[in-house]
Design a protein around this ligand. Structure first.
Ligand SMILES: [Ca+2]
Ligand SMILES: [Ca+2]
Ligand SMILES: [Ca+2]
Ligand SMILES: [Ca+2]
Length: 586
């Protein structure tokens, strides 16, 4: 969840899993997937080897219409199911994810991160402003699944099926807040303005819980208002950023040892019970560092004890700035093993959706020294170009270039993907980007359905690279972006330099244009050169390379066969073009 947003927040026929005739070679994975991948082999992989697919289960595939209302009674304001409204449940579930594992794996991804699946308060919000917990961030019961998504047995089936395919499973978790159940006896007329510690050193507001919701939270200790800050709504500024309620969501007293121990017990249990591979942690910047200093090491220890040596934790520190200093702090002070790379996102947005100088990349990567562990940790940061809160990269391209035609949209998006897969960090694909989705904006507008949508504001969107609309099922393995991502994933997975290699920035100018990097194989030291053109016109130029690199093989793009002279490569790229070139041995 990010501060700028108020988080208002078909049964598959067996034949629909069959691949279209035009599917690329990689998408024919099912045939090659005869035997299950041994689980210890999956768990032995370090974080930097992964490629992540980030999916919102409610919007991905409806595998079981029987759970669409989650067993809750009442109309849409009771159970939260209304597939025509972008702020309500649409019916997607774990069965749908299981049914679509071929599609996900065909993209070349190796890990699946999905928005929270814990039991939520189905509907929140004042009269006329209601929306549903389809996104999963309004938890009431942290110990079990939301029935809209399925059963614990189905979750176990999903985890086991992903593991058998060699894929990891990352859960999205929240420790900052619960659903909005607590209100206050004072201040309703002014929407509960934040009351500071200096003004109210002890009790700031008098908490009240409606009788019907007195026992709604699990574990039971969460029903006691003393374990919340109860200081009113955050304005995302200073003290209130940590201690205020996020649009009314009950902000946990994360400085209280009972809360710390309680959260460690809750999430440790999910590791123990399901053997999942990692956590993405929501709203990390809205919790005090002392909480994370205990929580994160406890989760890593819990996973090690469960036989999961490379358990992955990455925090959401939503600060959209090419300068990584403020997100890197969380790896040093808050003991985060990794953070989502918002700085990479901001840099790619500025240079590829926008037209700022690629010099921003120099500033970005100079900041790798700021992370705990420096460049080695930076290689484990999940990189992304858009998400469910800020919006999709395609949307940023359209906003920055309203006149761009489909070819230019496609070219800019492909360039951003090439950067994400060739440069340091763990590529993280937001579901639907591979189908050319272009949301109207952020938050609800960026959460389109992959299965046939009934939301009018989604279905009138002009998708990139296809004539399809979101009114249809969009699991097209022949979509140009699906195919590009599958190709980039194959290259990355086959090239250790791109996953684990040191990175050196080789070239950039004051204006949009050529930008080049080298990556080095961690074992052989052999160089891989990645060159991009961020400008709308063809460019050519000379790029510094290792003097030992003389002959090149194209992994993708118009790579020269040889160096120009020792230490220099002459390159030429079309508008928004890219090349990834591997130096050969002597
Ligand atoms: Ca369903
Ligand atoms: Ca907080
Ligand atoms: Ca509340
Ligand atoms: Ca629209």
């Amino acid at each position: 969840m990010t501060p700028r947003l108020a988080r208002t927040a078909l049964m598959l026929a067996a034949t629909s899993l069959m691949l279209p005739a035009c599917a690329t070679a990689q998408t024919a994975a099912p045939a090659a997937r005869a035997a299950a991948v041994p689980l210890d082999q999956v768990r032995a992989r370090p974080a930097e080897d992964e490629i992540i697919y980030f999916v919102m289960p409610d919007r991905f595939e409806n595998g079981d219409p029987r759970n669409d209302t989650g067993g809750f009674s009442g109309g849409r304001l009771g159970h939260g199911f209304d597939p025509t409204h972008k702020g309500f449940f649409h019916g997607g579930d774990l069965r749908g994810l299981i049914n679509r594992l071929d599609y996900i794996q065909g993209l070349g991804v190796t890990a699946i991160w999905f928005t929270p699946i814990f039991k939520n308060k189905p509907v929140q919000g004042g009269a006329g402003e209601e929306s549903a917990g389809y996104h999963g961030y309004w938890v009431t019961d942290f110990t079990t699944l939301d029935p809209h998504f399925g059963t614990e047995a189905e979750f176990r089936e999903f985890v086991d099926a992903a593991h058998a395919r060699g894929m990891k499973v990352y859960m999205d978790i929240i420790a900052n807040h619960t659903a909005d159940v607590i209100s206050y006896t004072e201040g309703a007329d002014r929407n509960f303005p934040y009351r500071s510690i200096a003004d109210y050193p002890d009790q700031a507001y008098t908490p009240v819980v409606p009788a019907a919701e007195r026992d709604v939270k699990r574990p039971a200790w969460l029903n006691d208002p003393q374990y919340y800050h109860n200081r009113g709504n955050t304005t995302f500024f200073g003290e209130d950023s940590v201690m205020g309620d996020f649009v009314g969501l009950d902000d946990l007293a994360t400085g209280d040892q009972r809360v710390i121990d309680g959260m460690i017990a809750i999430y440790g249990s999910w590791i123990d019970r399901f053997g999942i591979d990692g956590f993405r942690i929501d709203t990390a910047r809205h919790v005090n560092p002392e909480f994370w200093q205990q929580f994160n090491p406890a989760m890593l220890e819990r996973a090690r004890a469960r036989g999961i040596p490379n358990f992955t934790i990455f925090g959401e520190v939503a600060i959209e700035d090419p300068d990584p200093g403020s997100i890197a702090r969380f790896t040093r002070v808050d003991r985060y093993p990794a953070v989502l790379d918002f700085a990479f996102q901001a840099t790619v947005r500025a240079t590829v959706a926008g037209s700022e100088s690629p010099a921003l990349f120099d500033r970005l990567y100079a900041g790798d020294a700021l992370y705990e562990g420096g460049e080695a940790m930076a290689r484990t940061l999940p990189t992304f170009t858009g998400n469910h809160d800020m919006g999709r990269f395609a949307t940023f391209v359209r906003q920055a270039n309203p006149q761009a035609d489909d070819a230019e949209m496609l070219a800019r998006i492909k360039l951003s993907n090439a950067m994400m897969f060739a440069l340091r960090g763990v590529p993280t694909v937001y579901y639907g980007d591979e189908q050319g989705f272009v949301g109207d904006g952020n938050d609800q507008a960026a959460r389109e359905d992959m299965f046939p949508s009934q939301v009018a504001s989604y279905n009138d969107n002009d998708l990139v690279g296809t004539d399809a609309t979101t009114a249809q099922s969009n699991f097209d393995t022949a979509h140009p972006l699906y195919r590009q991502i599958a190709e980039l994933a194959r290259i990355r997975s086959a090239t250790p330099a791109l996953r684990r290699g040191r990175q050196v920035m080789r070239h950039y100018g004051r204006e949009a244009g050529l930008v080049a990097f080298s990556r080095f194989d961690p074992d052989t030291g052999r160089e891989v050169v990645a060159v991009f053109n961020t400008s709308a016109t063809p460019v050519s130029g000379n790029v510094i390379i290792d003097r030992a690199s003389s002959r090149f093989t194209a992994l993708t793009g118009p790579c020269p066969a040889t160096h120009r002279v020792p230490g220099s490569l002459a390159v030429a790229l079309p508008a928004f073009g890219y090349m990834i070139c591997a130096a050969q041995g002597e």
